[in-house]
Ligand binder design. Structure first.
Ligand code: MG
Length: 274
């Protein structure tokens, strides 16, 4: 009997925890707050301030992996896609409303719908640099997965290009879009794809919503403190070469936290029990 009560209480606690962790506040901020929108404009507008210098200075690179002789390479800018250029908050809102979690199958369905919106400021900025002759490269963890009844090994690539067209980003071909698992060594760690790009281009800037879009080795088996230290090491790059879009909904910042996550909340000293 005692055991039964214990398990019932445990089940109730788990159910309550799941209900209170439905990401509602985060998705609301992205979908309704002018403050979020202003944050996105701020990132893209700030980039406009240094783009001319970046183009003119052939010693300028924004990629840590760019250690080759890059001065004569054509210029490119690297963008992450989701929550950097494409707005998938409708998918996140669906999960929040249903009380369900991320699943590759529902995410792939969403990609196939080609309904993602645009992040404020992204389309204007990308069109601007395209007109300057700068190559636009997308490094995304949208994953190449064969779908039932489809002949393509990576239908996600065509879906993504079509979705980009819909929001006003044109002239994008498959060579501009580097998806996860498109090649064997292209895993969710983006370092190998940046290494591939720096061989062909001088990378002027990087745009992303996750520390891993800029820096290798920050997406797993790392503490929040260590990630903050790493971000601080590159303090001078933020806002000059690297531009980050806020994403409170998901990301490696959240993935690296062990559950229960409330253990990371730092209250007043009297609240902090071991
Ligand atoms: Mg992203």
């Amino acid at each position: 009997m005692k055991q039964f009560i214990y398990f019932t209480v445990l089940l109730l606690m788990t159910a309550c925890a799941a209900k209170t962790d439905r990401n509602i506040n985060s998705v609301l901020w992205v979908q309704t707050a002018a403050e979020y929108q202003a944050n996105c404009y701020q990132a893209y507008n700030t980039a406009l301030l240094s783009i001319e210098t970046a183009i003119a200075d052939n010693r300028w690179t924004g990629a840590l992996e760019q250690t080759n002789d890059f001065s004569d390479l054509p210029p490119a800018v690297i963008f992450d896609l989701d929550e950097t250029v494409l707005d998938n908050s409708a998918y996140q809102a669906k999960l929040a409303l249903e009380g369900s979690g991320f699943q590759l199958s529902s995410w792939d369905q969403w990609i196939g719908m080609q309904q993602a919106g645009s992040i404020a400021g992204a389309v204007v900025f990308i069109n601007y640099i395209q007109n300057q002759g700068i190559e636009v490269i997308f490094i995304s963890n949208r994953e190449c997965r064969k779908r039932d009844n489809a002949s393509s090994l990576c239908p996600q690539e065509a879906d993504t290009i079509e979705n980009l067209n819909t929001i006003g980003i044109t002239g994008i071909t498959e060579k501009n879009v580097l998806l996860k698992h498109e090649y064997m060594d292209w895993g969710s760690e983006k370092k190998s794809r940046r290494e591939y790009i720096v061989e062909k281009y001088r990378v002027l800037m990087i745009f992303g919503d996750d520390l891993g879009d800029f820096i290798p080795g920050v997406k797993k088996e790392i503490t929040p403190e260590k990630r903050k230290e790493t971000a601080a090491i590159y303090n001078h790059n933020w806002g000059t070469k690297w531009f980050i879009i806020s994403n409170p909904m998901y990301g490696s910042w959240r993935q690296i936290l062990k559950t229960p996550r409330h253990r990371y909340l730092q209250g007043l000293p009297e609240n902090n029990h071991p």
